[in-house]
Design a protein around this ligand. Structure first.
Ligand SMILES: [Zn+2]
Length: 272
């Protein structure tokens, strides 16, 4: 058997020659199940130059075993986001294919601003399928009632330790590490509160950090010690987030960092 681990697919096919046509055809069909553009080199992951998580389109055409179709992630488009700037705090509308997930609701009285944010991206309450609450503080859950009065079909989510402390007209679903909502990964980021969660769109590279991080003049700082219950744990959560792959971070407080956010967060985490 020839060594194919580090070959591009084209070289792979050329070296196979005509007698291995069946395998070559298999290789092509395996690639066609992903969103991989046909001309991209197909190489084995290089441990020194690889994101922590494999890209969703990573094909396995360089192996000879059958592709397990259940292991191929669904190809979702990235979410786009709309910031609802409520003054000292922000809520976020994450949009994908005409549907929305809202992350946090701001203080009481914020629902009209959130509704205006939805309208600005061509949506309304009826398009809101999910309401994700990063944590229980009033400036994040103050408008849960009003948002759910509009978004009547939305399902609500929060970290398990928060749920009993969040006033909500409907039951809230407990989520944490390993859970997925709207194609978004839920990440436990305790410390600011014990059940704080963050939200990652792995396709678009957007991290919604709630109050696990704060924006500060275009930069990033950790949880606010004045309002956090356990700073040691909060700093561990910062390090945990720094190990993820993203380009943009959206904060509960402060201006979003768009582009290069992972590098900035890694620098912050290294100093903790
Ligand atoms: Zn908070």
């Amino acid at each position: 058997m020839i060594a194919i681990q580090s070959l591009t697919r084209r070289v792979f096919l050329r070296q196979l020659g005509t007698t291995s046509l069946a395998i070559a055809v298999f290789g092509l069909s395996a690639c066609s199940t992903s969103s991989d553009p046909g001309d991209a080199p197909v190489t084995q992951p290089d441990a020194t130059n690889q994101p922590l998580e494999p890209p969703p389109s990573a094909p396995s055409a360089t192996t000879n075993r059958p592709v397990e179709t259940t292991a191929v992630p669904t190809s979702l488009p990235p979410v786009s986001y709309r910031r609802v700037n409520l003054g000292f705090v922000s809520a976020y509308i994450l949009v994908r294919s005409g549907s929305a997930a809202i992350v946090d609701t701001g203080v009481a009285g914020s629902a009209p601003d959130i509704e205006a944010g939805l309208a600005a991206v061509g949506l309304g309450w009826k398009n809101v399928e999910h309401l994700i609450l990063t944590h229980r503080h009033d400036d994040h859950v103050g408008s849960v009632d009003a948002v759910l009065a509009g978004a009547v079909s939305a399902v609500s989510y929060a970290g398990e330790a928060e749920i009993d402390r969040i006033p909500s007209p409907v039951p809230i679903v407990a989520v944490g590490d390993g859970d997925e909502v709207f194609g978004l990964q839920i990440i436990n980021t305790p410390g600011h509160t014990d059940g704080h969660i963050s939200v990652l769109d792995p396709v678009g590279g957007i991290l919604v950090a709630g109050d696990a991080l704060n924006g500060a003049g275009g930069g990033i700082i950790g949880a606010n010690p004045q309002y956090s219950s356990d700073m040691e744990t909060a700093n561990e959560s910062v390090k945990k987030l720094a190990g993820l792959s993203f380009d943009t971070i959206l904060f509960g407080h402060g201006e979003p960092v768009e582009g290069g956010a992972q590098v900035l967060l890694a620098e912050l985490a290294a100093g903790l």
